[in-house]
Structure formats: structure tokens, C-alpha cells
Design a protein around this ligand. Structure first.
Ligand SMILES: Cc1ncc(COP(=O)(O)O)c(C=O)c1O
Length: 429
């Protein structure tokens, strides 16, 4: 649909801007303070896991299959915790390490170890000159921050509704030995909510990297975060690797951060036997042993994947109305304006919004003036540099439905006002 502001006569456009500025002034006068910035579960969601806190007491049995949870040791994680993670990822528990409460922390440490000590006997990345990571964009800002922190050059790759542009991924990975990694969120990606198609997963699994120490960082953060009974399906990357006759290519990560408690969940990683041995060796120096009491509480609260799925349905009942409200408000407020597109995820934590070229920074700044905090424009691109300045990440989970509705009403006015101003500036230029 064409942009209504571009189609207006100049007097019509001036009048539209005048009315929108008046609406913005009225909003500003309300002194709002709303936050749609980060993907955090709401209080109702974290409350769902409070019963877990009652499961460990001073009289509880603090062993798991004979393994003590109240002392050092068991570096790969409690047996039940490894089994649970393996069941969730549908992999062999022997290749799973459960450690720490943040999967991002495990990703960081995997990059760090490759950087300082190398992967599979290859030269450490720090001694290989300029090296690169591919960053499907829009993507997760904290992924990009990890590789950037090590001085790794982040290269954006286009994201599509079925996953990253695989022609580009294959071309770069298979021709350039300085490409050492790619950040992937294969299900309900942050921020688009797109899930990779079977073909995309198979093409990843069949990659023939130019660098023997190239790895796919497969961050399955939203593996069980479906909003509807029928979730997006995702091919198991390790099954696809076996089919393709490939190995030593993927580190897969996940956590219960958004199942139980962010920053107090269980984080895990799985990889091929060789690669997991490499990570085990690195982690054994970085850590003494994992947070096993937290693991014990988790496996008693959520003993198997069926229990996790039942628990996630309770999350979905809280999150789904918020996602649906975003769709209703954007549809009602913007569909006729022809200035924006947005994704309609069936799970995960985010909705990705694209306004007119050159609008995102201005919309986010205007929203702040009007009392609503959004994720910084550009955050979804490496180095914060969205080349067309269109993308805004909407994080609808944390505010109450009422506050979310208010914030979205403000958003609609901000998007319309900035779009109309851009149309006038283009005309005046
Ligand atoms: C894709 C993705 N991976 C990882 C994380 C963080 O997970 P954790 O708390 O396990 O470090 C997030 C949080 O927003 C995320 O969106």
C-alpha cells in the first residue's frame, strides 16, 4: 500500500502534521512513564515459578541420582538436569553441559575460549588477524556485542521469514576462511519472531566452511516459547548434520531464563563429542562447578519436557493477549497509512517493526519525549548501525495489558507524525 502522507496535497499534509503535533502535545502533557524496551517476562510470568522456591528446604534430600548438589563437583551438571536439557534439545545427554544461569554467558565463554585457545587444535582466533562473524539482521544486540567485544568484525546478513539469506551465508562461509562464526536464533528469532525453515536448517547443516574452526552459534533461546497450541516447527540441527554427514559444526545453546527466572535459570550447551570435550576443558578452568542447588530445584519443579510444556502454556496464556494487542493496535492505527510493516510471530518475545527509511531513530526519540522507552533504534544491527534506519524492536511482555495498550497508542501517533514529517521534508528537499 502506498504512503498516505506522500499522496497528500501540501495543504493536506500540513494539516495532518498540525493535528498529529497537537495529539503528541496532549500525550506529552500526560507525563507518561512506560517501558517497552527489553524482553523481560512480566511479574505474573515469574510468579508462575515461585512454587519452585518451596521445593528445597533445610530438610530436603540434596542429592540427584546419588550426586551431591550441596558441594563441589559434577562439572557437567546434575544427571537429571543434563537429561532434562537433552530431552528438550532432543540430543544425547552425554553431549550436554548444564552450567550457569545464562546461556549468553556460555556463548561468551565459548567465543572467549576460541579466541584465546582456539578450536580443535587450530590457532587461537586472536592470532589469526582479522576474523569475522556473520550477524543475521535484524538480530539480537547482545550476540553482536559479544563478538564485537573481542574485536571480531560483525558482518550483517539479511534475515528473511525462513531464516538468514542462505545464498549469502554459503558464499561467505564457504569462500572466506576468516569467517569463524554466525549468530543464529533458529526459532522465533529475536526480534523478528521468524523460525528457520527445514531447508534453511539443512543448508546450515550441509555447510562446508573454508575455516575448520568455523562454528554455528545456534541459540535456541525460544525453543518452547510457543504462544499457540500449534507452534512453529524446527528441524533438529544435529539430525540434519547427521543426514549431511557433517560434524563439529554447531554449538547449540538454550536456558530456562524465560521458563522460570531470568538470571536464575539453568543454562546449557550441546555440541559434537569433540566440541563438547573442548568446551568442557575450557569451562573446567573457568569454573569450579555449576549451581547445582538451582538445578535440583529446577528438575524437581519441571522433571520432564511434558512438565515444561504444561508450564509454558501458562506463560502463553499471559503473553498471547499482549502479542495480540500489538497486532490489533498496529492494524487499527497504521494499516491504512501504508508507512510501516511488522511481523506477526507465533511465539518468542519480540515483534519487529519497520517504518519508512530514516524514521526509526526519530520515532524512538519522539517516543522518549512522549514518555515511552523503546529499545534504541539500530540496536538490532551490528554496531547499532541500521543502514536504512527503519527497524524498531517491540518487546510487549513486561508491561501490563493496560500500559502496553497506552504505549502502543502513543507509538501509532509517533509513527504517523514522523512519517508525515519525512514526507514533507522529502517534498521540500
Ligand atoms: C536470543 C536470545 N538469546 C539469549 C538470551 C539471554 O538468555 P540467558 O538469560 O539465558 O542468557 C536472550 C534474552 O533476551 C535472547 O533473546
Amino acid at each position: 500500500m502506498s504512503n498516505v502522507y506522500e499522496a497528500m496535497t501540501t495543504p493536506e499534509l500540513d494539516e495532518a502534521i498540525r493535528q498529529l503535533e497537537e495529539q503528541a502535545a496532549q500525550i506529552k502533557a500526560r507525563g507518561l512513564s512506560l517501558d517497552m524496551a527489553r524482553g523481560k517476562p512480566s511479574v505474573e510470568q515469574t510468579d508462575l515459578s515461585r512454587p519452585m522456591l518451596d521445593l528445597l528446604s533445610s530438610t530436603a534430600d540434596l542429592t540427584d541420582e546419588g550426586a551431591p548438589a550441596d558441594n563441589y563437583g559434577i562439572p557437567d551438571g546434575l544427571p537429571s538436569a543434563r537429561k532434562l536439557a537433552a530431552e528438550l534439545l532432543d540430543v544425547d545427554a552425554a553431549n550436554v553441559i548444564v552450567n550457569g544461569s545464562s546461556s549468553l554467558n556460555l556463548m561468551h565463554d565459548a567465543v572467549c575460549s576460541a579466541y584465546t585457545h582456539g578450536i580443535g587444535g587450530c590457532e587461537p582466533w586472536c592470532r589469526q588477524g582479522e576474523i569475522k562473524f556473520l550477524c543475521p539482521s535484524p538480530g539480537y544486540d547482545r550476540h553482536f556485542a559479544v563478538s564485537a567485544r573481542f574485536g571480531i568484525k560483525n558482518i550483517p546478513v539479511a534475515m528473511t521469514p525462513v531464516g538468514p539469506d542462505m545464498d549469502e551465508v554459503e558464499r561467505l562461509v564457504e569462500s572466506d576462511p576468516t569467517v569463524k562464526g554466525i549468530w543464529c536464533v533458529p526459532k522465533y528469532a529475536n526480534p523478528t519472531g521468524f523460525s528457520y525453515s527445514d531447508e534453511t536448517v539443512r543448508r546450515f547443516a550441509a555447510l562446508k566452511p573454508a575455516a575448520p574452526d568455523f562454528r554455528i552459534f545456534w541459540d535456541n533461546a525460544y525453543i518452547v516459547h510457543d504462544l499457540y497450541d500449534e507452534g512453529d516447527s524446527l528441524l533438529n540441527i544435529f539430525d540434519a548434520l547427521a543426514e549431511a554427514g557433517n560434524t563439529n559444526l554447531v554449538y547449540e545453546f538454550a536456558s530456562t531464563a524465560k521458563v522460570t527466572f531470568p538470571s536464575s535459570g539453568m543454562a546449557f550447551v550441546t555440541a559434537s563429542p569433540d566440541d563438547i570435550a573442548g568446551l568442557r576443558a575450557a569451562f573446567s578452568i573457568m569454573r569450579v562447578s555449576p549451581e547445582k542447588l538451582l538445578q535440583l530445584a529446577h528438575v524437581r519443579f519441571l522433571p520432564n519436557v511434558d512438565a515444561i510444556r504444561a508450564h509454558m502454556k501458562k506463560h502463553a496464556a499471559i503473553v498471547r493477549p499482549r502479542f495480540e494487542l500489538v497486532q490489533e493496535k498496529l492494524e487499527a492505527g497504521l494499516a491504512d497509512a501504508g508507512v510501516a510493516t511488522w511481523t506477526k510471530p507465533r511465539g518468542g518475545y519480540f515483534i519487529s517493526f519497520d517504518g519508512p527509511e530514516g524514521s526509526a531513530k526519530r520515532i524512538v526519540a519522539l517516543m522518549r519525549e512522549l514518555g515511552v522507552t523503546l529499545t534504541g533504534a539500530g540496536a538490532t544491527w551490528p554496531y547499532g548501525d541500521d543502514p536504512r534506519d527503519t527497524n524498531i524492536r517491540i518487546a510487549p511482555t513486561y508491561p501490563s495489558l493496560e500500559k502496553l495498550g497506552e504505549a502502543l497508542d502513543v507509538f501509532v501517533v509517533a509513527v504517523r507524525l514522523v512519517s508525515a514529517q519525512l514526507a514533507r521534508e522529502a517534498r521540500e528537499a
